[in-house]
Design a protein. Structure first.
Lengths: 116, 116
DNA sequence: CAGACACTTAGCCATTGCGCTAAGTATATT
DNA sequence: AATATACTTAGCGCAATGGCTAAGTGTCTG
């Protein structure tokens, strides 16, 4: 589902905070290559599983990933569309630098089209 | 001064965390239109000055802005180059996604096989 | 030179973030 | 049926974040 511009902006706090942690960025990079289970994702990290799960829940709360449990295995998938909010904000900044405030919406639309 | 790619990546934690706060993003947007003093920047916010200054110091620590004091006035300027680290990270993510299409299909096929 | 102005420092407080361990639940596997 | 697997829940501890007030410093301004 496509979020409205305003809704995307309201999520920026959570999204940027999710990206501020190296463990979570590493998880996103791993998931960029395809879905994975919790234990597969956790294996590279020297961290207790409950600690790792907090990162997963944080990512899920930010919308950057989705998870689904089948049997005793929870599988995680990245949600690429959520990154559009970040790109939109960056585009907005660039527009300000260049003295234009009108390019943002156009850019977001383009990114959403790309995601399809 | 130009940062190496690796140094930029080491700064991602701080940069993303700086961007995770709406006050700080608003300050960046304001500075995207040109330099400003602390009091000018603080005026729109319903916040005590020492609280606001913490945001400025955080932004300065992340490298997203630079400040310089002349007389009793501290002037803030945005450092656009610092945004390159964010853009680079996003570009890397997209690269992973694009190399992923075949693996995703593989995964789906595997799941379908398991279901039988 | 007195007072206003623009920060600046110091320190308090509540909440959140991120790690841990111990123990629990639900689902395979043998 | 018993054990192993894959999370899951509960709760602890410490550091960092983001707000505040009170008081201090240095620089104009009248």
């Amino acid at each position: 589902m496509i979020l409205s511009l305003m809704e995307q902006y309201q999520q920026l706090d959570t999204i940027f905070q999710a990206l501020a942690d190296p463990t979570r960025r590493a998880v996103l990079s791993r998931l960029g290559q395809g879905p994975a289970s919790i234990s597969d994702l956790a294996r590279p990290f020297d961290m207790a599983l409950p600690s790792f799960m907090k990162h997963i829940r944080f990512l899920e709360g930010s919308g950057l990933i989705q998870t689904r449990k089948a049997g005793r295995v929870r599988t995680c998938v990245i949600d690429k569309q959520r990154f559009a909010a970040v790109e939109a904000w960056l585009a907005d900044q660039r527009a300000l630098w260049e003295g234009r405030a009108d390019r943002l919406e156009q850019f977001v639309t383009q990114e959403q089209d790309k995601a399809k």
